[in-house]
Design a protein around this ligand. Sequence first.
Ligand code: MG
Length: 291
Amino acid sequence: MSEDFRPAVTVVEVGPRDGLQNEAVAVPLDAKVAFVDALAAAGVAAVEATSFVNPKLVPQLADATDLMRRIDRRPGVRCLALVPNERGYDRAREAGVDAIALFTAATDTFAQANVGTTIDGTFERFAPVAARARTDSVWMRGYVSVAFHCPYAGPVAPDALPPIVSRLLDLGCDEICLADTIGRAEPGEVKRALDAVFSVCPAERLALHFHDTSGNALDNVDAGLAAGVRVFDGAAGGLGGCPFAPGAPGNLATESLVAHLARHGYRTGVDREALMAAVAPILSRLRGASA
Ligand code: MG
């Protein structure tokens, strides 16, 4: 086989966490384990598998410990879990987690609505978690929700982003992910946001998380690629929908992302057929056999 000289793009699969958390139908543990294992086998570089949030608040993810213990830990596939606080960190570590994600937002109003505190408040919660993660050599991703548009505060000024990204880097985050949580961003806005963020963070440490609510996700991926970003999130089957627009597309479907990247000459290592086979049982469970 000849070597593949196409430039590489890293695909981060967020379906098992971001996707399933936002679906109304609960998926049993066995099906989740099979889903995560099949996604890893399909060649995604990273899977966001679950979240160690309070099981009373998010019952869909109450099986986080069992899930982490049962999935295949394939060498070379990073398996991420969301950790909101120190209690979640303790549970995650007991379950063998070695890569975590922390969530903040670009606006105080979104942070208040989503996690009940301000941007500053999210950093107060993270600080002890991040300190322990650094000591434990746990890999960290920092998410910035509503990085382009906020459902409450409207468009986000690019200048708002560098201070937040800097704080995440100072905490020791290895990667920063800018998320278009409501799927409103346009390519020009992505470019302006990235130009601002590059003043504090190199492209190599950035990831982009797009939603296809307005049909712009792949154009926004192109804007990210043109700016030098090489890590993009997707949710197989477009799992998750849009919590702010019922019935509208949410997370960019990983299969669309992978096909788009292949058409534009990038390699992802993801087998698209295997990816679609991985999500098919989940889709039929959530949406009926016709999905
Ligand atoms: Mg999402």
